[in-house]
Design a protein. Structure first.
Length: 249
């Protein structure tokens, strides 16, 4: 299929993990893809996999100034957007009694404030019929210990799908959410565990998933592309949970 032939899409945090896999899926269906990220090396490598028309822009997902600058750069290049996947985020975990204010501030800056003001800055660039997909998390629903800050930030992001849909629909822009469960991404190598502890945590999580495995980033990408395309034109302000049945237990 070439559902995105002639379309331009933006993937924040598109230089690794779910973001990169989704960006590659868009490109495979004909889209011109723009990705953002903070690491120059991974941005350059990712850009090479997305075709000659791709753009890779260094961007701090938690900065409102960077959000405005990204919109300015795109406007200066005459970019009009047909889809945006707000994927950039941070996941830090700590028991409630150990949470520092700095962890709260960093998490909400990157997971909530950044996406909010990034979308605000991008509004003038949306084509009619554009779609926004936010990357939530089932942690907003399941009450997992040590996830209070991360879960609260994702719950706030999920709430935006409804309120922003109401505000952006008059412009012809739909907003929806995908909320992944445990997905095999580099994130699980960044949680601060040693190898043995990480393996133990992975097995413990798998035991909570009825399908008995982690999800694959391609499974997230498939849903993001569906929500970004005209075939999902009657889906508005909705959260789609992709968790192998984990929330059903």
């Amino acid at each position: 299929m070439n559902r995105f032939e002639g379309k331009t899409v933006l993937v924040t945090g598109g230089n690794s993990g779910m973001g990169l896999v989704t960006a590659q899926a868009y490109a495979a269906e004909g889209a011109r893809v723009i990705i953002t990220g903070r690491d120059e090396a991974t941005l350059a490598t990712a850009k090479e996999s997305l075709g000659t028309s791709a753009l890779a822009i260094r961007n701090d997902a938690g900065s409102t100034a960077a959000a405005r600058e990204l919109a300015r750069q795109l406007a200066d290049q005459g970019v009009r957007l047909d889809a945006v996947f707000i994927n950039a985020g941070i996941a830090k975990f700590a028991p409630f009694t150990d949470v520092a204010e700095s962890m709260w501030d960093q998490t909400f800056d990157i997971n909530v404030k950044g996406p909010y003001f990034q979308l605000q800055a991008l509004v003038p660039l949306f084509n009619k019929g554009a779609s926004v997909v936010l990357n939530g998390s089932i942690n907003a629903h399941i009450g997992m210990p040590a996830s209070s800050v991360y879960a609260a930030s994702k719950a706030a992001l999920i709430s935006l799908a409804k309120t922003l849909s109401a505000e952006l629909l008059p412009l012809g822009v739909r907003v929806n959410v995908v909320s992944p469960g445990p997905i095999s991404t580099p994130l699980y190598g960044k949680l601060g565990f040693d190898a043995a502890a990480l393996d133990g945590a992975v097995e413990q999580i798998k035991a909570q998933v009825p399908l008995g495995r982690f999800g694959d980033s391609r499974e997230i990408a498939a849903t993001v592309l569906h929500l970004s395309s005209s075939e999902s034109g009657f889906i508005v302000g909705t959260e789609i949970v992709i968790d192998g049945g984990m929330m059903q237990l």
